[in-house]
Design a protein around this ligand. Sequence first.
Ligand code: NAD
Length: 418
Amino acid sequence: MIQPTAKLTPFGAVNARVNRASDLLGIKENYRKLLTSCWRETKVSLPFTDDKGEMRVYEGYRVQHNGVRGPYKGGVRYHPEVDLDEVKALASLMTWKCAIVNIPFGGAKGGINVDPTKLSDREMQTLTRRFVYSVKNMIGPYKDIMAPDMGTNPKVMGWMMDAYGLIHGYTPAIVTGKPVNLDGTPDRLDATGLGVAMITRRVLEDRKEFLSGKTVVVQGFGNVGSFAALHLHRMNAKVIAIGDVSGVVRDPRGIDVEKLMAHFEAKRTLVGYPEGEFATREQLDVMGIECDILVPAALGHVIHSGNMEKVKARYIIEGANGPITPEADDYLGRQGTIIVPDILANAGGVVGSYFEWAQNIQVHHWERAESKLELDKFMSSALLGVSAAAKKFGINYREAAFVVGVDRVYQAAVARGH
Ligand code: NAD
């Protein structure tokens, strides 16, 4: 979740980055206004009847930030703290992320201020259908495409596709991240983690280094962390520690990630893995383990003023959204740590969603090898663009990623005659 900084709201904090990029690009005030405001902000009231027969009302949001490069694209989160400013910030970040990896989408985000863990399946489905009905005229496969986010999953996407289809007919491209047996694609499952591994390899190459034999520490063994660790391991990096909510598995000889995944699949915890050493989170902070590459892929703000001085990694690849606080980011930058920002590092997920959308539109399934090759092309070319901007302006990868994204959106707005 994006946290407000001392003075700025989440949307204000994203706009500060957009303004900094606009300064470097010499973008004039009138265009900045376009880039720092949302095209459409919708709030809907969602009444529904719960399992006890009581009527409840939730608030739903759909924000479309900027669509000059293509249909709006972004997830829908179910979380009790969802609020308009945060949804605007997340929608804006989607605009820049899609532009950085050069896919033809604009940015959007949605949400409902509900705790999904407190809803039955029936309640969740009813609420989801109500939400789709309420925003039915502003979404569409060439207008605005939804996806899973915090608190939603492929099952919810299946209900969304069905709800939209009842009104408009068969339209699988209305959402991505659908179940594989309902026009989803198996490639979407590991796209974010695979993209993290691909970008890590390309960043090292950009700096005349190689991934083979480099030591890696990963925080998080969920969707992003487990597949990032697996693919880095398959690319011959040495994954020496993996931590999650249950603790840390550490092995200086290198963890066999496929074996650890099989253990996790069976036990749903890292505890009890027979190889290497195990420590609790209290005994060992993964952020302080000496390594070449640190991949925080669990939560936001895990590297902060309290532990930033312990970080010894030369590279940090942000698999999670916002894992480094602004203060720690400044500190580590001054120490010479190379940080690959979330907006670039975890963009493999939205590229995977783009592939799913394209296959739905084409009514044609791609081969796995084809998708992997395509993902690598998008991630590599994104890194090349960001690296070139970093060199041109003498800035870090985070600032450079915003420069690339803002420039592409600005150029498209000008070309449209805005
Ligand atoms: P997930 O729920 O599948 O996994 C989260 C992981 O974090 C789990 O392994 C959990 O054990 C671990 N964790 C939770 N609390 C922890 C703690 N206190 N200390 C250590 N580990 C802890 O989530 P995910 O889909 O892998 O997403 C992870 C991050 O990546 C989030 O910030 C998410 O917003 C971001 N992200 C995800 C995707 C995607 O496609 N899944 C795309 C872009 C960004």
